[in-house]
Design a protein around this ligand. Structure first.
Ligand code: F0G
Length: 446
């Protein structure tokens, strides 16, 4: 694939290019983010997106079975022998009439893309299958990541199946138990740093540079290539039609960045005729993107992002010793590494950014749970955000919306149990105490 794919700095005033045989993760010339790019003239891309659907018939082929590699021409950076798969991407797009009606939408307009069905229970597996394939390509032996939990679970799972040594860095007390249990069970060395995700992110980059470990955070451009496929599967689930809106939670901003790139490429390749709009939802306790975009007016600006605004913002966070806090621990991040790529996605998709409170997240989570699919708090930020966007009229009640439910409900049982048990919100459904007596129990049945 050396002649087809390459890495390219996203900063237009740099634009340096590197081959895919290198594991570098940031532009060695200017320090900006890197993209995987393709010489599309040399890639055998099908004439229409629907042609990928034919691969359902050849599912015994492990690559056709994978919901990521089924679209392999659109992430054509390594040969088949390097491609790693553990059956990721078997996810569903569920039309959810009950939630749509609850939100006052036309009932057939709301769809939930449930990424909790992945092998490690979150969307991360879409990215890891691609990044680990690149790790195989460059001959990596050991790898590492920083994580709010799901990345570490997914990395640990893929590292084990690829035979790589693996270290994960998590903020002490900042990770949901379901996720911590996975990292330990899948055999990763787990280092709990006394700090938050941003501290872990800083440390892991230094560790990877010093010890030559392969970095699996979403700074890794190949990870984002895998996450593009979430959008292909939404389009597939809609009979190869593009929705009006994609709604996604925003943390380190890898997903939103990947989605923007996916649509940019599909449009350029003529595989879609229009690009959907993108809504990125922060938690109010970790709302860097919302603040920067809506208040400080930070924008992609053709790639000439005003770095001074970002530097000043982060200097202020440091001066205030700010650490983000939200019950949606997955998105408890205040220095998102993919910020610039995300600004590009907002530009490509005419996107909007909103923040929702923990109370709104928990109510939305219980609403989703009661009417369809169990998801973790960060995922429910989508429905909470959608509610805002419908109320303000940004999203029309008759527009077709796909919300990405990024992780499984069992990832974070504590938030769920506390919400219900302590009657924290509108949809709380606490357990009922009963004596060990049949007639007393019968009287309690509703
Ligand atoms: N939803 C879930 C369930 C997540 O685990 C994450 C990120 C996000 C949303 C945010 O996605 O970073 O692409 O904007 N979790 C990372 C982790 C940071 O370490 O597991 P993003």
């Amino acid at each position: 694939m050396a002649d087809v794919a390459f890495q390219k700095c996203i900063n237009p005033s740099c634009g340096a290019e590197f081959d895919c045989g290198q594991a570098i993760f940031k532009c060695p010339s200017c320090g900006d983010l890197l993209d995987a790019q393709y010489d599309w003239d040399k890639v055998p891309v099908p004439a229409k997106l629907g042609d990928f659907g034919a691969r359902w018939a050849t599912r015994p082929n492990r690559l056709d079975f994978s919901g990521v590699w089924r679209f392999r021409e659109l992430l054509n950076f390594c040969s088949d022998e390097h491609k790693v798969s553990i059956g990721e991407g078997q996810t569903i797009l569920q039309q959810n009439c009950a939630i749509a009606e609850h939100l006052g939408m036309q009932s057939d307009r709301l769809h939930l893309q449930y990424e909790g069905l992945n092998p490690s229970g979150s969307f991360k597996d879409n990215g890891m299958t691609a990044a680990f394939s690149h790790a195989m390509l460059v001959g990596a032996r050991s790898c590492a990541c920083a994580s709010t939990g799901n990345t570490s679970a997914s990395v640990a799972l893929y590292a084990h199946s690829c035979g790589l040594k693996c270290t994960v860095f998590i903020g002490s007390g900042r990770i949901a138990f379901g996720k911590l249990s996975q990292a330990m069970d899948y055999g990763a060395q787990t280092i709990q740093i006394q700090g938050d995700f941003d501290d872990c992110m800083k440390q892991v980059q230094a560790v990877c540079t010093q010890l030559g470990l392969y970095l699996l955070n979403s700074l890794n451009p190949f990870r984002l290539e895998g996450q593009k496929t979430i959008m292909y599967r939404i389009i597939e689930g809609l009979g190869w039609e593009v929705p009006d809106w994609i709604v996604v939670p925003g943390g380190n901003l890898g997903n939103s960045s990947a989605f923007g790139k996916a649509f940019l490429e599909l449009k350029a390749l003529g595989l879609i005729d229009r690009v959907p709009r993108l809504a990125i939802i922060n938690a109010t306790g970790a709302d860097t993107l919302t603040d920067l975009v809506n208040n400080k007016k930070l924008a992609w600006n053709g790639g000439n992002v005003d770095q001074q605004i970002i530097d000043d913002y982060y200097a202020d966070l440091t001066a205030r010793n700010f650490s983000p806090h939200t019950c949606a621990s997955a998105i408890e991040i205040s220095r998102p590494v993919n910020l610039k790529k995300c600004l590009r996605a907002l530009d490509v998709c005419d996107g909007v950014v909103r923040a929702v409170t923990d109370e709104e997240i928990c109510d939305a989570k219980a609403l989703i749970g009661a009417h369809g699919l169990g998801c973790e708090p960060a995922s429910a930020a989508t429905i909470a955000g959608l509610k805002h966007l419908l109320a303000e009229g940004t999203i029309g009640k008759d527009q077709r919306v796909a919300c990405v439910l990024t992780g499984h409900v069992l990832k974070d049982p504590n938030v769920t149990v506390n919400y219900h048990k302590d009657r924290q919100g509108e949809f709380s459904n606490p357990p009922v105490e009963a004596p060990n007596d049949l007639s007393a129990i019968i009287k309690l049945i509703r």
